[in-house]
Design a protein around this ligand. Structure first.
Ligand code: HEM
Length: 190
């Protein structure tokens, strides 16, 4: 076991933690979308709190070893430069969800029992749903960059396709089924 393999191990642990954080956010956002009472909404909002710890730890564990490997042995190439760009995009999308949480928390805060329609509409915010699914798509795209190491153009195409696939899944599943007020699609499966 040499230094490189330890650094790569830490980098992969960071990547795993990133997917743990996105998995938690996916389940919490999907359950918030179908929450019927203030108590359910509060429970799922509190689950999101764990991401505030796991997310930054994952970010540091990916970036520090990733930058080290790129700077020392792997070299700067299209795939790792694009991975950095992808991480900035993912951070911006994560920030847009984080920025919505205080207002959602305040709107649920004093309520008890069944949620009023305005609160349910806020919990079904399509941007929140699109943000997490697009990030999962981008994250899977970055794993492809890391393993296949395409050139610059191939890396751009791969990231655009994966991000678009995540956004398309979000678009297809963000509405309500015809004749129903309940959300349809992926979020009901979690
Ligand atoms: C979402 C972000 C990222 C994820 C999920 C991720 C995931 C991975 C995975 C799974 C590997 C192992 C691939 C293999 O051994 O075949 C890897 C390797 C690597 N990653 Fe990342 N990575 C991310 C971001 C980055 C960034 C931003 C950089 C550069 C600044 C980077 C640089 C590297 C390097 C240099 C390797 C070693 C490649 C090799 O030795 O073959 N990664 N990454």
């Amino acid at each position: 076991m040499n230094v490189y393999s330890i650094v790569l191990y830490l980098h992969i642990v960071g990547a795993l933690l990133l997917f743990v954080a996105m998995g938690i956010e996916f389940v919490a956002v999907s359950r918030l979308r179908s929450a019927g009472t203030a108590e359910q909404a509060r429970d799922w909002l509190s689950v999101l709190g764990s991401i505030r710890v796991i997310g930054p730890v994952a970010l540091v564990a990916i970036l520090v070893p990733g930058l080290y490997m790129a700077a020392t042995s792997a070299g700067w190439e299209g795939w790792n430069i694009l991975a950095l760009v992808a991480m900035v995009g993912m951070a911006a999308l994560a920030g847009s969800n984080a920025a919505r949480m205080p207002a959602i928390g305040r709107s649920i805060g004093p309520l008890r029992g069944p949620l009023p329609p305005e609160a349910r509409a806020r919990l079904r915010d399509r941007i929140m749903w699109s943000s997490i699914l697009t990030r999962i798509g981008i994250g899977l795209g970055v794993v492809l960059l890391m393993t296949a190491k395409p050139d610059l153009v191939g890396s751009i195409v791969a990231l655009v396709v994966f991000a678009a696939a995540g956004a398309a899944v979000a678009f297809a599943t963000s509405g309500t089924a015809p004749g129903s007020t309940e959300p349809r699609g992926l979020e009901r499966a979690s």
